[in-house]
Design a protein around this ligand. Structure first.
Ligand code: CTP
Length: 506
């Protein structure tokens, strides 16, 4: 019986082998090796593409502006140091107190003022990256004015700042004054870098920057004739594209200095009291003449025998305010084919514009950042704001610094006049302006462009990149390997059955 059963099972096995040609040692081995190969390939692909913890490098830039100093920390992927990694803002810190130029009498305090934000930066940047993190300080219009007024004092402020910054464990790269042209051009680089316009070779966005002491306009004009005013042109080759940038910085046309210019103009009518249409009705402050004229922007306008103080009284009349603001511009002289104001060459506006810094602070407060709203409506809203009594304004915005609050009517009128009468934006082209604070999490301003330039982070030519990204390469290799293996199995299937027709029965 058992012999019969054994003979039966032997026959079953033979039948199985005859029916199933796969059931041979060779095919089993091939299948096992194949499966192991696939598992190995997939494992390699998965391990290769597994997200590894990203390592970053850091850079620090201090923006020493006329009204305040701000510290920015940037970071970028460490393994993409060869100009291909994206730089983004990691952190920012607003230095308490005024800008470094205000410490002309006590320079050591300028250095000391930076300590808190620098200590913050020490905590923000990983310790092992400290020594290789470049640290820059760039000073703008406040220090330009101080340098004009008293170069010894401005040198002392720089020395104090340098001494203070060198105490920190970063790679200190120097504190220097930026020219107006650099400030404008680096602001333009920042905006277009953050928008990915440079890498992709897209049409660029112009940059409008309004600070406390200067204002910058930078854009790539259409059919730009550089020779008309070479000092306004900056040429760049970035990622393989050439850019002929027009840029101009108006010193004294930042909003704090323009307010001085406007007040100085109004003191002409009588020194004891200024009835100011750019301040709210009910606003009333006694101010010091020496403070008003303590700037090279207005110092030559001080009236003879002016009293120590003057009474600054608000009238709240937007139309009259516009007239006052217009007086700070000179629209009459122009030796070029066309000018913005004060005899400065400006080619026709072209493309979209990003307006940042005080442009944004002011228009955001006034709820006027929507440029699709007609200019006439914008002016109506501003007129309403200017006419609102001062006590009502204070009650409505208890959280806002009183100095800022008092000036928003004036600043709004200045911004609209600067854009339309100064730079020649029309009712139509006004909508090409976007009031911006940040782009993809990074503040708009010159600091990022400055660091990208000093660290050579934007190459002149587009970096060579492999035709496929690494993940794509691994995936394609895996798919091809699977395909070859499948074809091999199909090949075996097709040829095995014919040999099974005459099975070699063991
Ligand atoms: N919430 C705020 C913050 C700032 N400001 C104003 O915005 C201007 C400062 O702009 P900013 O870009 O910080 O200028 P600075 O860098 O200080 O000046 P500059 O570039 O001219 O040196 C100042 O007039 C300040 O009064 C404002 O109106 N509202």
């Amino acid at each position: 019986m058992s012999a019969q059963r054994a003979a039966g099972s032997l026959t079953d096995c033979r039948e199985m082998k005859e029916k199933n040609p796969w059931h041979t040692p060779v095919t089993i081995s091939i299948t096992v090796i194949g499966v192991i190969a696939i598992v190995a390939l997939v494992t390699v692909a998965v391990l290769q593409n597994k997200p590894v913890p990203q390592k970053y490098k850091y850079g620090i830039v201090l923006d020493a502006g006329s009204s305040h100093t701000a510290l920015y920390i940037y970071k970028w992927p460490a393994e993409k140091d060869n100009n291909t990694g994206r730089v983004e803002q990691e952190h920012s810190c607003k230095v308490k107190g005024k800008g470094i130029s205000s410490y002309a009498e006590t320079p050591w305090q300028a250095g000391e003022s930076l300590t808190e934000c620098m200590e913050d930066a020490v905590k923000q940047v990983p310790t092992k990256r400290h020594f290789e993190t470049p640290l820059y300080l760039g000073a703008t219009a406040g220090m330009r004015l101080l340098h004009m007024e008293n170069s010894v004092a401005s040198d002392k402020v720089f020395q104090a700042v340098e001494k203070s910054l060198q105490k920190f464990p970063f790679s200190y790269q120097g504190a220097r004054m930026l020219s107006g042209q650099e400030e404008g051009a680096f602001g333009w680089v920042t905006v277009n870098y953050l928008d990915d316009r440079l890498k992709q070779g897209l049409e660029t966005t112009g940059a409008l920057d309004l600070g406390g002491a200067s204002t910058q306009i930078s854009f790539v004009p259409k059919n730009y004739i550089i020779s008309e005013s070479p000092s306004n042109s900056v040429t760049f080759r970035l990622y393989g594209n050439d850019y002929n940038l027009y840029t101009h910085s108006f010193l004294c046309y930042g909003k704090d200095q323009v307010l001085r210019l406007a007040l100085a103009h109004q003191t002409k009518s009588g020194p004891g009291e200024i009835a100011d249409p750019c301040f709210h009705p009910g606003y009333s402050e006694s101010k010091n003449y020496s403070v008003l004229y303590d700037s090279p922007c207005v110092s030559d306008r001080k009236p003879q025998g002016a009293p120590v103080t003057f009474h600054h009284k608000g009238e709240g009349n937007f139309q009259q305010c516009q007239e006052v603001v217009k007086n700070v511009f000179n629209f009459t002289s122009c030796k070029y084919s066309r000018c913005s104001f004060n005899g400065v060459f400006q080619p026709p506006l072209h493309g979209q514009f990003g307006a940042f810094s005080a442009y944004y602070y002011v228009m955001d407060f006034l709820n006027l950042t929507d440029t699709s709203v007609p200019l006439t409506t914008v002016k109506d809203k501003l007129a309403k704001h200017c006419a609102t009594p001062w006590n009502q304004i204070i009650q409505q915005h208890p959280e806002i610094h009183v100095k800022y609050l008092a000036e928003y009517c004036f600043s709004g009128a200045y911004i609209l006049t600067l854009l339309t009468e100064g730079y020649n934006f029309t009712s139509e082209s006004y909508s090409s302006i976007k009031f911006i604070k940040k782009i993809k999490g990074s503040d708009a301003g010159w600091t990022l462009g400055y660091m990208l330039n000093l660290t050579n982070m934007i190459p002149a030519e587009a970096p060579d990149s492999p035709p496929l990204p690494h993940a794509g390469y691994v995936s394609i290799v895996t798919v091809i390997a699977l395909l070859i293996f499948t074809l091999f199995i199909i090949f075996l299937c097709r040829f095995r059955p014919s040999s099974s027709k005459q099975p070699q029965i063991v």
